[in-house]
Every structure is written in C-alpha cells, then in structure tokens.
Design a protein around this ligand. Sequence first.
Ligand SMILES: C[S@@+](CC[C@H](N)C(=O)[O-])C[C@H]1O[C@@H](n2cnc3c(N)ncnc32)[C@H](O)[C@@H]1O
Length: 251
Amino acid sequence: MPKRPFRVLEIGVGESARKLVDLSLKPSHAAVEFVGVDARHVRYGKYLREKGLSLKPKNLQVRSRANAIPFLREQPDESFSHMYAHFTLEHIDYAGRQTLFHHVMRTLKPNATFAIVEDAPHSRQLKSELEKAGFVVHARRISSQELLRLGSEHSQLNVLEHIRAMQLFNFLPEKAPKWLKGLRGPKTRKEFEDSMVKWYRDVLRKKLMAILGNNSLEGQKAVQQILLDIPLYWSQKPFVVIRAKKPLKKS
Ligand SMILES: C[S@@+](CC[C@H](N)C(=O)[O-])C[C@H]1O[C@@H](n2cnc3c(N)ncnc32)[C@H](O)[C@@H]1O
C-alpha cells in the first residue's frame, strides 16, 4: 500500500523535474506523494542544490530513464489522485498513446483528472483519443502568460519561441512599401504568417512521421488532423490545457 493517501504522477518530468520538485516542496502538499517518470536521465539533484537544498523531499520519487508505459503497467488500479503531462504526449506515437491512456484510466481514482498541456494543434486529436478511452474531456486554449504560470521548464522555451515570432509579426506592415521590394524573406504580416505555418508544418510532419513508426491507418489520420490544425499555433492562444476526467463508477 502507498505510504500517503494522495499520489500525483507527472509523465515526462524533463531534465530537472522542476515542476514536480516545486510542488513537492509546498508545505501544504506534505501529505501528497509526488511521483515522476521520464525516459531520459533526470538531474533533479542539481535543481534542488540551486534552491539551496541538499536532501530530496521525502514525498518525492522520480523514476529516471524509464518509459511511462511499462511504468504505469506496474501500478495498481486506482492508485493515483491526479496525473499530468506537459509537452510529453507529442513525443509518444499513436499506438503508445492509446496504451498509455488505457493505463492512465485504470490507475486513476474515479473522478480524478489527467491534465495535459500541449501546443494547440494537438488539441482536437488528443481530445478525441481521450474521449475514445472513456474520459470526460474539456479543452481550453491558453496564452503564453497563462502557460508561464504553469511553471514547467519547457513552457519557458516554448513561450520565448512564440514571443520572438509574434514580435517580428507585429513589426511587419500589412502592405509592403515599395522600398522593401527585392529584400529576401517575408515582407508583410501575411507572408510571414504563411512562412511560419509552412515552417511549422514541415518541422511537425518530419517529427510526427519520425515518431509515428507503427504505420497504422489510425496513426496516419492522427498526424493529418494535427497538421490541419497548425494555424491554431499562429494566434494569441497557441497552447492548450486539456483536462480529462475519469468518470465516477455507475452504481
Ligand atoms: C519536451 S520535454 C517536456 C518536459 C517537461 N514536462 C516540461 O514541460 O519541461 C518531453 C519529455 O518527455 C519525456 N518522454 C517522452 N516520451 C516518454 C515516455 N514514453 N516515457 C517517459 N518520458 C517520456 C522526454 O524524455 C522529455 O523529457
């Protein structure tokens, strides 16, 4: 039996497990056990030292160099009160996501939530996969400011990338003056937007096709849906928070 009644799991904690560490250090969370898993080597000790701490919080467990799917397979039914994953699901292929969602559903307590943060183009596809897995799903697009308040490492990188692109976008005119003729690259907001969408689509197609791997028809359709929704990124609300709730058991 777990030592603490409330267990929270982060899937894909990143290099320093920054968000999970911060949560585990809150005095009001002393009764919660924070569990993290990541496929790569997690160096949360460095982050603790940066914060002036030499000991790991007692309520923090991080499984480093571990795939979340076999990890979750080993976990007992209804053993987590909450789960979250920030910018992790886009790295897991279609078949993997379906297996993951099955185990998230099995290991969450009834009425508990799996909260996901991703780039907005993933929203529609993930929502439909989670609904198929039996969750009650609510998706809300958010701005860069809102994302930063959520506090993961990768949020900062994603926000900076988006701000830089938006700064250039706002700098460009609606209509190009004659003296800009002959200059290479986009000269109007529209041209810049088109080039960004094209760039993002190329990057994403390569990334998604590379991780897809399993060649299934459903997997290919999922990629097409995400590609179609790329223009959502090019907006004031380029990210999404998806809250997938496990329904209460029918009596
Ligand atoms: C873009 S990073 C995001 C990290 C962190 N959530 C954040 O927002 O800063 C994605 C993380 O997911 C991890 N990851 C990808 N696939 C995984 C899997 N199947 N199991 C566990 N971790 C995985 C990667 O190793 C990486 O650290």
